[in-house]
Design a protein around this ligand. Structure first.
Ligand code: KIV
Ligand code: ZN
Length: 389
């Protein structure tokens, strides 16, 4: 557990693509897979091959073109699923089969009408089937977030013994609090005797807005893989955002964790996914939202213009964003106004700015945002404004 490299497992093309309206065709999936590889992700979950002939073909084509990342196909703990995933992954340089089953009592009873012992046996069998095709087998204990820790530890020990190389502990319903999810990972680290033979993976959903916090808590307690998606896309409220966990680990580098992600490509990647999946990114989204580097209130703008670090912990170029923006609204101050006039080539004195500021507020109270055109009109009418003030 001494290595602090965090493996980034991207599931934009599988969990992300399950989102209504985000369906991709094969060529779109290949384009995104190549971009994800270029971004530096370690594992690309390319799809769920048994789910449709189209998804099978996509996973197969992606397997042929991806050279550095592992390519992963999802399956249930069903022999036919696993055979189909293996067939789709033929040709991959680093194939991984991701198989698993629900382990919470709710899943065991409601979905499978089974017992804990039967589910344990099916989990072991699934890993053994997958091992007939590939060395790299990841096991997911679906709804692990609500699974009894003692039983979960038994399942995880057994699937590692059967050959699982990665054990995925999904908080499928986004239920856990960060300390609970962290304790679950710590419980496995301390109670599964063969845990050192596998990588623990976090797969957290965002139903309570805690996916990112839970994944980081998992890492702090011993997980070394994070399953995530670009822009946090995924079932219901989504998955952990790739850009968020990567930048948290980078910003807090003193903790010693690191990823292979080329962070300058985060914003271009976010735009590519948003455009291809026809899913807009909310303006206030961390790292990749259009407001992530915008400063609008007077107090913030004044501080930012004196030293960017007063209000920015990340330089926009570090994540490939267009740059910081000073947005002029009725909450903006004189410094921002002077700065924007200066950028437009106008050299106004402090007194001039006082006069213009009063005019600016009148216009800004009527409009959401003042643009360069508004400023040019004010500059042109400056003499008239002075006379009427
Ligand atoms: O959320 C989940 O539990 C999943 C599994 C299939 C890994 O997506
Ligand atoms: Zn999921």
């Amino acid at each position: 557990m001494s290595d602090k490299k965090i493996h980034i497992f991207d599931t934009t093309l599988r969990d992300g693509e399950q989102v209504p309206g985000c369906k991709l065709n094969a060529s779109e999936k290949i384009e995104l897979a190549l971009a994800l590889e270029d971004l530096g992700v370690d594992i690309i979950e390319a799809g769920f091959p048994i789910s449709s002939p189209g998804d099978f073909a996509s996973v197969h084509e992606i397997s042929k073109v991806i050279k550095n990342a592992s390519v992963c196909g999802l399956s249930r703990a069903v022999e036919k699923d696993i055979e189909t995933a293996a067939a789709a992954l033929k040709g991959a340089v680093r194939p991984r089969i991701h198989t698993g089953i629900g382990t919470s009592d709710s899943h065991i009873k409601a979905k499978f009408n089974a017992t804990r012992e039967e589910i344990l046996a099916r989990a072991i069998q699934a890993v053994k089937w997958a091992k007939n095709f590939v060395d790299d087998v990841e096991f997911y204990a679906e709804d692990a977030g609500r699974t009894d820790n003692d039983y979960l530890a038994r399942v995880i020990e057994a699937v590692i013994k059967a050959g699982a190389t990665v054990v995925n502990i999904p908080d499928t319903t986004g239920y856990c609090l960060p300390h609970q999810y962290g304790e679950k990972i710590a419980y496995l680290v301390n109670n599964v005797p063969n845990i050192d033979k596998a990588i623990i993976s976090c797969h957290c959903h965002n139903d309570l807005g805690l996916a990112t916090a839970n994944s980081i808590s998992g890492v702090l307690n011993g997980a070394r893989q994070i399953e995530c998606t670009i822009n946090g896309l995924g079932e219901r409220a989504g998955n952990t955002s790739l850009e968020e966990v990567v930048m948290i680990l980078k910003q807090h580098h003193t903790l010693g964790y690191y990823t292979n992600i080329r962070t300058q490509q985060l914003n271009p990647m976010s735009r590519l996914v948003s455009d291809t999946m026809r899913m807009p990114v909310q303006a206030n989204k961390a790292i990749v939202g259009s407001n992530a580097f915008s400063h609008s209130s007077g107090i913030h703008q004044d501080g930012f213009l004196k030293d960017a670090q007063t209000y920015e912990i990340i330089a926009p170029e570090e994540v490939g964003a267009d740059g910081s923006k000073i947005v002029l609204t009725a909450r903006s101050g004189r410094s921002a106004l002077a700065h924007r006039f200066h950028k437009l080539g106008h050299q106004f004195t402090r007194n001039d700015i006082d006069v213009l500021y009063a005019e600016f507020l009148k216009v800004a109270d009527k409009k959401k945002e003042i643009d360069d055109e508004d400023l040019q009109v004010m500059a042109k009418n400056f003499e008239t404004i002075v006379v009427t003030t």
